[in-house]
Unconditional design. Structure first.
Length: 138
């Protein structure tokens, strides 16, 4: 078995952001030299997410509005915030958007469907966080 591992680091200036990380994952795939296998892309923080969807600005605004309806930022609403934190909503948003994705690798390329891209979702930004890229082949 052959594997490749790299960490991608992010530090957004905003509390919330959606960042297309497909180019960085593609660069990792190229560096790995792996032509067939799978890539795991995993948010290594409990207030961030990795997910696959379309890179369309209106859709990202819809995600933001939908997440705010389901888990609004409200210090007094969530019990977790009673610990002195103010990021309970970020934990919930991460749960909704997901922790990780796995993508097949075929002929040295990410084997996506139409319009699919990999995104880092940040829900409690303004500090350094990492994403794990692990590529494996038999």
């Amino acid at each position: 078995m052959k594997s490749y591992r790299r960490e991608l680091w992010f530090n957004t200036s905003q509390r919330k952001a959606f960042i297309n990380i497909t180019p960085q994952v593609t660069e990792c795939l190229s560096e790995s030299g792996i032509k067939a296998g799978v890539v795991l892309v995993n948010a290594m923080h409990i207030t961030a997410s990795v997910f696959i969807n379309d890179d369309e600005r209106g859709l990202h605004k819809d995600f933001d509005e939908w997440l705010e309806q389901l888990a609004p930022y409200a210090r007094s609403r969530w019990q977790h915030n009673e610990t002195g934190e103010d990021n309970a909503d970020a934990h919930l948003k991460r749960q909704l958007m997901g922790r990780e994705v796995v993508v097949a690798i075929t002929n040295g390329r990410l084997d996506f469907g139409p319009w699919e891209q990999i995104f880092y979702g940040e829900f409690d930004g303004r500090r350094r966080k990492r994403v794990l890229v692990k590529i494996i082949r038999e």
